[in-house]
Structure formats: C-alpha cells, structure tokens
Design a protein around this ligand. Structure first.
Ligand SMILES: [Zn+2]
Length: 387
C-alpha cells in the first residue's frame, strides 16, 4: 500500500512547486538574523500562521534574549513516540541583506538570503505534511516540528528544548540543507568556539619601548601554535578567524584577542585538542593569556541506528527514482545534540543547492518537490512500519 502510493505523492509534489516557491519567497522576504529578536519573532509569526494552515497545532515558546521558538504538532494518535522534525528560522544574514540581494529565480535556482540554509527546509516539511493530509494517509504517531531561532549561534538557548523533545521521540529528522545532490547526512563534526585574550603592557613605541609588553607579538605566537594544530588528514581544523588588538601605531599594544573555531571528527580528538587550546601558556613572562570557550556541538560520529534510518530513507528514495547516498558534514547542526543522545537521527533532508552562508546561496528548484516527496514517504514509512 505504502510503496504503491509514492509515485502519486511525487506527482502531487511536482504540482505544488509554484506554491512551494511562493512560501519560500514569503519566508525569505521576512529577514531573520539571529541577533535581531524583533525580526525573528515576525518571521516566526508568519511561519506559525502557515503551519496552522497546514493542519498543525502550533505553540509559541517565548524566549527573552533571542527570537521565540515554535513547536508544531500534527497529531497522529497511536501509542508510539513522535517523529521529531528540526528546523531553524534564523539566518546568518544581517538586516538589509535582502535589499542588496533580493529574491530572484534564475536557471532553475531560487536565490535569496537564508533560502538554502534553511527556509527551504521548512517549506519542504510543510508541504510534506500537507500532501499526507491531502491523500488522507493515516499517521500512527505524532509528527512534531520544532523551529528554533538561534541555531546559527550554536543553539545556546534552545538546546534544552531540543534535547527534551528528542528524548520523547523515536526518530529525529533534520531539515538542514543537503550536503550535495542525492545526499543525506549521518554524521557531523564537533564544533568549538574559543576566545583568546592577551594582556601586555602599553608603552611609548619610541621613548621607552623596553617598558612595554606587546600583546600583539604575544598573540602572534599563539596564533602560529593554534594553526599548527590543524590536521586535515584526521579532519581536525583550527581556524583563527578574527583578530583584534592595539590602539595606535606608536603605542606598544596592551591588549589583543583572537576568536578560534575548532572542528573535530570525534570525541577522542575533542578530548585531545580542547585542553591544548584552553591551556595556552604565555611565551613572554609578563604577558597574560586567558582562554574562554568550549565545544558547543559535540561530534556526531556515524552510528548504526542513524545508518539504519538512512537505509530506510534510501528504500523510500528508490521508489521515487532517487538514488541516495550518505555522508558526513564538517558543519554542526542541532542533529549533533539529538544523535549523541542516542536518538536515531537523519540530517540534511532539506533542499539541494549551494552556497550556505555565502553570497551565491541558492536552492535547486527541482529538489523542492523531490525532497518533500522523500520526507512524506519517510514519515509514512516510520509511521506504518517498524517499531
Ligand atoms: Zn542551518
């Protein structure tokens, strides 16, 4: 029964393409930078209305510092635990980016800030649920969609909500963009953020330089050390992405700071590298060095339960003429949190395209109905078959 209906679902999705594009345009044209609560809240209001229209009961989870979160439930009845869908409404783009790069459609791609990462993933989830209702397909468990507002800043305020919802769920499906055409994500690197702050001593660069301790010279040595920790073969990257320091050219600088991004493929590398970064010791005896920060998303190493979930998706894909492969991503997502809790997690179910966090960000239009059909089929499979 289930398999025979997949081609019809696929066809219905193709007929929805222009409606999906309209929804995507609406969401992209409401900008939602993580650090602007007012804009994010407005985007959540739009999304909440659309989710209610799609048959969900929507609850708004207020937040004080960042935008509110949404929890939408499509009730399936039954005794089994829900399937949890994860998405985020926030984007990395500042307010005003939309005016610089308005939405446009060109050569089969939809361009616009935040379209690929990941408003198109939200649109895919909405239409998957609508088609299941359109076909009157019974779900035997609830489908819960959680949409947070601070994912691009590490989900500090929403992590607890995500984890407690995941603990009550049998499966987690993450609507982040696809790694590539036909790809689903079954593992992600761990991500850490650190700030190195160096204190030296200011002095006149000409009159009495011997009294100064250059914070910049001190920091420079730490930067070289941090760079030396890179090990591309092992999948370890340490990036000093931001450097600040000094006041004027003729003053020995008293202060300097750097921001560091760490990516690790597994827990063992995390445990090896974090202390090396946290325990930087001064080179100059009179300089002071402090390091703040931690791993914000622990590494998600591919495990058998996630791979098994991938294989179920793959079978659904075969009936939709999609050949699916699995891969691991260098970027973190909220899937890291749920996978390391041991809840089977499949990620990268969102759109295909390119340019996440980049100026050429775009969504491949043909992937919208394809990925929505895949999600609908997978939800049906998880509802009707297995535990
Ligand atoms: Zn994202």
């Amino acid at each position: 029964m289930m398999i025979s209906i997949l081609p019809a679902i696929h066809e219905a999705m193709r007929e929805r393409l222009s409606a999906m594009v309209d929804d995507l345009r609406t969401l992209v044209e409401q900008e939602s930078p993580t650090d602007d609560k007012e804009l994010v809240d407005r985007a959540q209001t739009l999304l909440a209305g659309r989710l209610a229209q799609a048959g969900a009961s929507v609850e708004r989870l207020p937040q004080e510092q960042v935008g509110d979160n949404l929890r939408a439930v499509w009730s399936g009845g039954g005794q089994r635990q829900p399937v949890l869908l994860l998405g985020h409404i926030d984007t990395v783009w500042p307010a005003g980016e939309l005016a610089r790069r308005p939405v446009r459609i060109e050569d089969g791609y939809f361009y616009g800030p935040g379209a690929f990462d990941m408003k198109a993933g939200l649109v895919i989830a909405i239409h998957a649920m609508e088609v299941l209702r359109q076909f009157n397909l019974p779900l035997t468990r609830d489908v819960v969609l959680l949409v947070n507002s601070d994912e691009e800043r590490g989900s500090a305020s929403s992590r607890g909500i995500i984890e407690s919802q995941a603990r009550q769920s049998d499966y987690v499906l993450v609507m982040e963009p696809a790694l590539g055409p036909g790809m689903l994500t079954v593992g992600r690197k761990g991500v850490g953020r650190f700030r190195v702050h160096v204190r030296g001593r200011a002095a006149h660069a000409g009159r009495e330089p011997e009294k100064g301790v250059s914070a910049i010279a001190e920091l420079a040595q730490h930067i070289l050390y941090l760079q030396s920790l890179n090990d591309l073969e092992k999948g370890v990257t340490v990036t000093v992405g931001v450097v600040q320091g000094g006041t004027r050219p003729n003053v020995v600088p008293a202060e300097a700071a750097a921001e560091v991004d760490l990516r690790v493929p597994n827990r063992a590398e995390e445990e090896r590298l974090v202390p090396l970064i946290r325990q930087l010791a001064p080179y100059h005896p009179q300089a002071g060095v402090t390091v703040e920060g931690a791993v914000t998303r622990p590494a998600w190493e591919p495990d058998p339960t996630c791979v098994a979930l991938f294989h179920r998706a793959r079978v659904v894909g075969e009936h939709l003429d999609m050949h699916l492969e699995r891969g691991c991503s260098g970027g973190g997502s909220d899937g890291n949190f749920t996978a390391i809790l041991g809840v089977p997690t499949l990620d990268g179910l969102g759109p295909e395209g390119a340019g996440a966090h980049a100026l050429d960000e775009r969504v491949a239009l043909e992937s919208l109905p394809m990925r929505a059909a895949l999600l609908a089929g997978l939800l049906l499979d998880l509802s009707l078959n297995g535990h």
